[in-house]
Design a protein around this ligand. Structure first.
Ligand code: ADP
Ligand code: ZN
Length: 291
């Protein structure tokens, strides 16, 4: 089946056409400017492709409640031009095909489920550590939406007493995103995260904050694996530091063979950056199946 995929990000829009098996036949990117300039470019691409369904994984927050008048909109994003943008109705009305819609991180979770590190699992968490921090959650084989959608990047963590940084989140003085996102690292240390050397103390603190959050996710969600992606996770030394911190914080309390070796429990994505767009193909396929 010919499916369209749109990975809608705050800096770029990745568009692809492909099938439910993850075979991509065409791909194009557009910078995220304003809805008035960017959406027609995306639409023209999909119109050329003759797609039968579309899947959108979108930056947020987004309205995913199907009974809501603003279903399929981007809601209170700090990107002003995109506030209240009716992205799903826009494509649905223009293309008259089923449109699947979810958060960008749930799309990545889905991509990893079908094509990557979560194959065969029923319970998993995909965390992105980038400009923001967010999680896509698979529970009992289903993506979690709940009341709105999880905002697991905003869980509170215990700030290190020696950390003077006041946090990057306008809502919470000590949430994970505020203390551990890429911009938080840059703000605290005065240089881009990518420029901090691997032995910089920044990474010990980063692993502490991420480790605290991951331990909380383990206790509440009971995942079979956790996948960590996003720009900041390009620092390979972070993985062993995070695993070590999680091991300490778990305190030996949980008995499961999966937790004996955290090397296979806390892992990078296996789709090599393609998890988002591949997940969007699956969102489109799912929308078509639902009719
Ligand atoms: P976004 O979250 O905007 O979709 P990314 O996941 O690429 O995009 O995250 C961007 C953030 O990741 C920026 O704050 C950037 O400083 C940080 N980042 C990118 N590359 C690296 C790297 N190699 N090491 C550490 N941080 C990085
Ligand atoms: Zn916050």
């Amino acid at each position: 089946m010919k499916i369209g995929a749109l990975e809608a990000g705050g800096t770029k829009m990745v568009c692809a056409a492909g099938d439910e098996y993850g075979r991509v036949t065409a791909e194009r990117q557009f910078p995220t400017e304003t809805p008035e300039t960017t959406l027609p470019q995306i639409l023209a691409f999909f119109q050329e492709q003759g797609i039968e369904a579309l899947g959108i994984g979108c930056f947020g927050p987004v309205d995913l409640r199907k009974d809501s008048p603003s279903y399929g909109s981007i809601t209170s994003t700090p990107k002003r031009d995109w506030q209240n943008c009716r992205i799903v109705p826009y494509f649905q009305e223009a293309l008259t095909i089923p449109v699947g819609f979810d958060t960008d991180v749930n799309a990545s979770m889905l991509g990893e489920l079908f094509f990557g590190a979560a194959k065969g699992l029923t319970d998993c968490l995909y965390l992105t550590v980038g400009t923001g921090i967010g999680a896509g959650i698979l529970s009992g084989g289903q993506l979690v939406h709940g009341l709105l959608h999880p905002e697991a990047g905003h869980v509170l963590v215990q700030k290190r007493p020696e950390d003077p940084y006041t946090g990057h989140c306008p809502y919470h003085p000590s949430c994970l995103e505020g203390l551990a996102s890429g911009p938080a690292l840059e703000d605290r240390w005065g240089k881009p995260a990518a420029a901090l050397p691997p032995d910089h103390p920044a990474w010990i603190w980063e692993a502490d904050y991420l480790g605290q959050a991951l331990t909380g996710y383990i206790f509440t969600l009971s995942p079979q694996r956790m996948i960590l992606g996003g720009g900041v996770m390009n620092q390979p030394q972070l993985f062993p530091l995070i695993r070590q911190r999680v091991k300490e914080l778990l305190g030996g309390y949980l008995q499961a063979k999966e937790l004996e070796n955290l090397d296979t429990f806390i892992v990078p994505p296996a789709c090599g950056g393609r998890q988002g767009i591949l997940g969007c193909l699956r969102l489109g396929y799912g929308a078509r199946q639902e009719g």
